[in-house]
Design a protein around this ligand. Structure first.
Ligand code: C2O
Length: 544
């Protein structure tokens, strides 16, 4: 095992896309930012220096951070932000994980441009459970905003209206060869392949607000890993990937030559408008002349709201190992069972101009989470009272027909707000059923849990039935991941063991929903044994 040192200078950089140049916040000037490479077992040290006007923090999405919650990164959850001119070194060890993950800013909407890949190779000498690819390529899907994203969300929060949407999707930072203005700001990402060789694409969705479909013309993709866990390989023409998720696929360059379009387009329509743009990239066989005499093959992706395609993709995901690991709680041992409604709601806002003195917010179990002004992990570690309460309810206050759309007016869903956490004893086994609600509108929510991988034991459309549905749970080979797409108007169930002491955020990874309050956190107590307690905070931990 090695120590890997990285330096992240967070700087403003003028960047040109869609025919216009604007300053964006970047790491080391790149959009996307640098890839962090490591091997399983390595100690990673990333020194982050903040040279911009915003306070910020960086999250290592999917890294388990065993006992090192101080390095997890969500602002005001595990640390106070790094202030302008200040430095913080994230120090963590990669335990029991290999594959693709992502890092991103975890404050405001800075993630729009402050993100990049984490590539964790297996321990030296340990092969992949699939044939060794000829080359590995990181493919980051994201968005481009013509306007300043912080201004977009600030304006929306003041008025109570839904924010604007992005202006383009991007593949490795570019809207691509088929976008307007492709000649200004680069023609797009080009993947050079040799005929007969196999490539591993490490696909990441770093977009703020859009779940995406991805595909490559003429080249089916074999999915081998999601969220840095191996799955039973299956082949598909379309990959579904939500913000925060990662998907490794094998692509066999089995054509004799030519040019093929790769594309990403949105999956879900939402009550807020959707950025309908398709991002493109080029798969180019090396021996093919780049002259116009060679035709280009186009890819057709599923249309907006193609729920059957999405469901088929999610149902195809199974853990490679069976049972995936001893950390999958069986029926006989669920200590904490939570039923959490996930959805939008209306909240009074006398100063809001958009909705007659009210605004849209989002909530879990009707509680719209209020960000504290001091970080929760420190409050927990030093027993500082008044920062949070640990009374997050295990079920919603009033049961109703969750997925009836529209929800009848007489079902008044009164949102409350608060910084309420759910406390878990060390090593307890936990089951969470997430239930989408039709209040305002049913919607798909990619829910991310920090600090753990969980097993997705079930999903379905409609209301979760506590009598019938658990009998159908997959406890044999459920997929293991850190971010799960909750189906629109449906439910999903996952399980995990609370074997990582600390404070762990759980939230919708659609940034607008997080901003609206679709978030909560677990506080996991220390165990009694050796190596079962949260390590002390590092000396350079930022101060509030
Ligand atoms: Cu990738 Cu809390 O986020």
């Amino acid at each position: 095992c090695r120590v890997r040192h990285y330096k992240f200078n967070v700087v403003v950089k003028n960047t040109t896309r869609l025919c216009q140049t604007k300053p964006i916040v970047t790491v080391n000037g790149g959009f996307p930012g640098p890839t962090v490479y490591a091997r399983e077992g390595d100690n990673v040290l990333v020194k982050v220096v903040n040279h911009v006007k915003y306070n910020l923090s960086i999250h290592w999405h999917g890294i388990r951070q065993v006992r090192t919650g101080w390095a997890d990164g969500p602002a005001y959850i595990t640390q106070c932000p790094i202030q302008t001119g200040q430095t913080y070194t994230y120090n963590f060890t990669i335990t029991g994980q290999r594959g693709t993950l992502l890092w991103h800013a975890h404050i405001l909407w800075l993630r729009a441009t402050v993100h990049g890949a984490i590539v964790i190779l297996p321990k030296r000498g340990v092969p992949y459970p699939f044939p060794k690819p000829h080359k590995e390529v990181v493919v980051i899907l994201a968005e481009w905003w013509n306007s300043d994203v912080e201004a977009v969300i600030n304006t929306a929060m003041k008025s109570g209206a839904a924010p604007n949407v992005s202006d383009a999707h991007t593949i490795n930072g570019h809207p691509g060869p088929l976008s307007n203005c492709s000649s200004q700001g680069g023609g797009g990402f080009k993947l050079e392949v040799e005929s007969g060789k196999t490539y591993l694409l490490r696909i990441i969705n770093a977009a703020l607000n859009e779940e995406l479909f991805f595909g490559v013309a003429g080249h089916p993709l074999t999915v081998v890993e999601v969220d840095a866990t191996y799955n039973k390989p299956f082949t598909t023409t379309t990959v579904l990937i939500a913000p925060g998720q990662t998907t490794n696929v094998l692509l066999k360059a089995d054509k004799s030559g030519g040019r093929y379009i790769a594309a990403a387009s949105p999956f879900m329509d939402a009550p807020i408008a959707v950025d309908n743009a398709t991002a493109t990239a080029l798969l180019h066989y090396t021996d093919t002349p780049s002259s116009s005499s060679v035709s280009t093959t186009f890819v057709s992706l599923p249309p907006l709201n193609a729920t059957p395609v999405a469901s088929k993709f999610m149902d195809s995901l199974r853990s490679l190992k069976k049972p995936p690991s001893s950390s999958l709680p069986r029926h006989s041992r669920v200590d904490h069972s939570l039923f959490i409604t996930v959805g939008l709601g209306i909240f009074p806002c006398p100063t809001c101009t958009a909705n007659n003195g009210s605004r849209v917010l989002a909530a879990m179990n009707n509680i719209s989470f209020v960000m504290p002004t001091f970080n929760l992990l420190q409050a927990h570690y030093f027993n500082i009272s008044g920062v949070f309460t640990d009374d997050f309810p295990a079920k919603p206050p009033t049961p109703f027909n969750y997925t009836q759309n529209p929800t009848p007016q007489n079902t008044s869903i009164v949102l409350s707000n608060g910084t309420r956490l759910y406390r878990l004893p060390f090593n307890s086994s936990v089951q969470v059923v997430l239930q989408d609600t039709g209040f305002i509108s049913p919607e798909n929510h990619p829910v991310h849990l920090h600090g753990f991988n969980f097993f997705v034991v079930g999903r379905g459309i409609g209301n979760f039935d506590p009598k019938k549905d658990p009998a159908k749970f997959n406890l044999v080979d459920p997929v293991e991941r850190n971010t799960v797409g909750l189906p629109s108007g449906g439910w999903t169930a996952f399980r995990f063991i609370a074997d990582n002491p600390g404070v762990w955020f759980m939230h919708c990874h659609l940034e607008i929903h997080t901003t609206w309050g679709l978030k909560m956190a677990f506080v996991v107590d220390n165990g009694k044994g050796p190596n079962q307690s949260l390590l002390p905070p590092p000396p350079d931990l930022p101060k509030c």
